[in-house]
Design a binder for this molecule. Structure first.
Ligand code: PLP
Length: 428
């Protein structure tokens, strides 16, 4: 690294606004980042799809597996107790991480997709009937659209879509106008996985609650990148996946307000979610165990808790500041690439965007952009990003997307901009 680049990184990553020493992207803590790809150092710019894992998370899962592994809530043997204790401690650490009022509000699921399906199947079928309204936005990932369509088909509920402006921000005036006495649920993303737009969740919560509706927030792209306090923002349900927050695959979280969870029927039946079973009748456990049928992701829960601790120790305000600075630096670099158009950027809300940028290049399909960059060891995502309705709204079939994580540096951005120059040369 050249001296000038070092100082640029320092300047960019300065954390004066949030205090503490200057932020230094901890690349060396992520073993995979030291492997070359196609003969070049790996530049991982696909964190919105999934985040790479720090040693601390990998070590937590290995250490648990090597010393305390057993099934949970079953065995009366020593390891059964140790594993159960670790699993429930992991739940408590997650609860503290998101500001839940107790560990019993944290349900371990497979990921955000399952969390949202759980709410649709359980809360939806119990409290949403024919003619009742669910409101989503044009920004949503398919996992916050399709479960509501399935619910609509089974209940006769009405699905409404709140529009966005061309700069990718949610039109709050139109959202408020759509809310009414039939609105039961507003289901919105916290941060767009395509544009990085950050939605004003506290405001949306106030609007929803004013008409007696509940608010579900898809927090997949928020929890790893900014401080989230589920109670302070006024959510009723909050869903996220561990693998996007430097934790393992196979586990995610549904947080729900205690009184709502208590009123909800189970989503699946099986072992572990019952107090007693006869062929005539089953008595259910209380939440969260009521919603965790079968053997849960035990090893992964330990990895998720380690990821929460890791993010807390690094400081989410500092991570957020670092990624915002990388976004601004990248936008400057992308502006120098001929024929490159950033999608849905600008407007009054640019300052609040998360570290996700979508773009197109004249005459080059986004898949070709990604393929050429891959030849230089640079991983970005191309396609519709599981947000086809948003692609239609933006009048593009697909985009190329870069997304930053806490390990990215200005050097990664420089490599991206140089790689995009090569894309331009390859495609004339
Ligand atoms: N919501 C958003 C905003 C996402 O970005 C994603 C994943 O890309 C999901 C939901 C679904 O997450 P998972 O596939 O981990 O369930």
């Amino acid at each position: 690294m050249q001296a000038s680049e070092t100082s640029k990184t320092r300047e960019l990553s300065g954390t004066a606004a949030v205090g503490g020493p200057p932020y230094r992207a901890p690349r060396e803590e992520f073993p995979i980042l030291s492997r070359p790809v196609n003969g070049r150092p790996l530049v991982w710019l696909d964190t919105a799809a999934t985040a790479q894992k720090p040693r601390r998370v990998l070590d937590a899962m290995r250490s648990f597996s090597e010393t305390r592994y057993a099934n949970v809530h079953r065995g009366v043997h020593t390891l059964g107790y140790a594993a159960t204790q670790a699993y429930e401690e992991a739940r408590l650490r997650v609860a503290q991480f998101i500001g839940a009022s107790g560990a019993d509000e944290v349900i371990f699921v497979r990921g955000a997709t399952e969390a949202i399906n759980l709410v649709a199947a359980s809360f939806g079928r119990s409290f949403i009937s024919s003619g009742d309204e669910i409101i989503v936005t044009e920004l949503e990932h398919h996992s916050n659209i399709v479960p509501w369509q399935l619910l609509r088909e089974s209940t006769g509920a009405v699905l409404k879509v709140a529009p966005i402006a061309d700069d990718g921000t949610l039109d709050l005036v139109q959202l408020e106008a759509m809310l009414g006495s039939r609105t039961r649920l507003v289901a919105v993303t916290h941060v767009s996985n395509v544009l990085g737009t950050v939605l004003p969740i506290a405001t949306i919560a106030r609007m929803a609650h004013a008409v007696g509706a509940h608010l579900l927030v898809d927090g997949c792209q928020a929890v790893p990148h900014r401080f989230v306090d589920v109670q302070a923002i006024g959510a009723d349900f909050y869903a996220f996946s561990a693998h996007k927050m430097y934790g393992p695959t196979g586990i995610g979280v549904l947080w729900g307000r205690r009184e709502l969870l208590a009123a909800m029927p189970p989503y699946q039946g099986g072992g572990e979610m019952i107090a007693s079973v006869t062929f005539e009748q089953t008595t259910l456990k209380h939440p969260p165990h009521r919603f965790e049928a079968g053997t849960p992701p035990i090893i992964e829960a330990n990895g998720l808790a380690a990821a929460c601790d890791y993010l807390t120790d690094l400081g989410l305000a500092r991570i957020c500041g670092h990624e915002a600075a990388l976004r601004a630096y990248a936008l400057e670099g992308l502006a120098t690439v001929p024929g490159l158009r950033v999608i849905g950027a600008g407007g009054n809300h640019e300052d609040g965007r998360a570290g996700i940028i979508s773009f197109t290049m004249d005459g080059v399909h986004p898949h070709d952009v990604a393929t050429v960059l891959d030849g230089s060891g640079i991983a970005i995502r191309a396609g519709h990003h599981c947000a086809q309705p948003l692609m239609q709204r933006l009048s593009v079939p697909a985009t190329a997307r870069v997304s930053f994580g806490l390990y990215n540096t200005t050097e990664d951005v420089d490599a991206l901009v140089a790689g995009l120059g090569e894309v331009g040369e390859v495609f004339g």
